[in-house]
Design a protein around this ligand. Structure first.
Ligand code: HEM
Length: 268
């Protein structure tokens, strides 16, 4: 017996052909096609990951009335870090952590021979100072606006760890050119660490990689500078931003709190 043909199940809403947009169907050029391809690619990823929900949660938040330029200092610090990461990758393509002259020579090579090498090295060197200044300015903003108080104490603590990691980043990076200035300055720095109570001597032994300052010290500083710290800072920034998005930012202290609704407004 021949069975009747069953009707096809309806398409789920997400797969229904969408209604035509105004102007759609008109003659379109390669630029329109390229735009459309970009949108389709983003849609394709989003349909499988729902990443846009997370991004919307992070980026499209309500911010307090009175939010001003001082609130950009945290993001400025983050961009300084990203710039350090990008320029650092290019420097690492040429750098050799070799205490017997190789480190100094590789830096000389980057500065004098590599295309844009001096520029990238300059960006990394000045960028480190910029990042240290920005992190202190951001911390001052948080302090003077009272943003460290309940419920943001944990974010202040994470921030303090970020501050220490940023300082250690500068300290370990300073040795890498391995010229007279970086060599002697780092000896002074390691000796200062050694004067700390109880842990001091262990800390300076750890930094030197033994009792003597030498080849192991350089590879140790290099590994800490380009592997350990960037990873730790990136993870800490992730936690820091999660808490910022979850708790929201603090209104400036001069804003009067007369009802929650009047204190907030939609901003991107
Ligand atoms: C690598 C270093 C750091 C980065 C990239 C960073 C990034 C950020 C960003 C993007 C924000 C959002 C609001 C704003 O910019 O003010 C923020 C907020 C905050 N940061 Fe940092 N930060 C860093 C270091 C610090 C330090 C050193 C502290 C304090 C010890 C700190 C404590 C806080 C606190 C408490 C908030 C919440 C502010 C509020 O609710 O208004 N951060 N941070």
């Amino acid at each position: 017996m021949k069975l009747p043909k069953l009707p096809a199940p309806p398409l789920p809403n997400a797969l229904q052909p969408r209604p035509q947009r105004p102007g759609e169907g008109e003659k379109r050029g390669p630029v329109d096609h390229a735009k459309e391809a970009g949108i389709s690619a983003v849609d394709w990823v989003d349909e499988r990951t729902s990443l846009s929900g997370g991004l919307r949660w992070l980026m499209f938040r309500k911010v307090p009335k009175g939010t001003n330029w001082f609130y950009t200092l945290g993001s400025a610090t983050m961009f300084a870090f990203l710039s350090q990461a990008v320029t650092g990758v290019f420097l690492a393509m040429y750098y050799r952590p070799d205490a017997a002259g190789g480190a100094y020579e590789s830096i000389r090579y980057v500065t004098n021979e590599v295309f844009l090498g001096e520029f990238v090295r300059g960006m990394h060197k000045w960028g480190s100072t910029v990042m240290v200044i920005l992190v202190f300015l951001h911390m001052a903003r948080v302090f003077f606006f009272g943003a460290y108080k309940y419920p943001r104490e944990l974010n202040w603590i994470i921030g303090a760890v970020l501050l220490i990691l940023t300082m250690v980043m500068s300290f370990t990076g300073y040795l890498l050119p391995f010229d007279q200035r970086s060599y002697w300055a780092t000896i002074v720095g390691v000796n200062i660490n050694g004067t700390g109570p109880m842990v001091g001597p262990f800390l300076s032994d750890f930094l030197r990689g033994g009792a003597e300052f030498g080849a192991t010290t350089l590879s140790r500083f290099y590994a800490i500078h380009m592997l350990l710290l960037p990873g730790a800072i990136a993870a800490m920034i992730g936690a820091h931003l999660y808490l910022v998005a979850k708790l929201g930012t603090t209104a400036p202290p001069w804003m009067k709190s007369d009802g929650d609704d009047r204190l907030t407004e939609d901003r991107v």
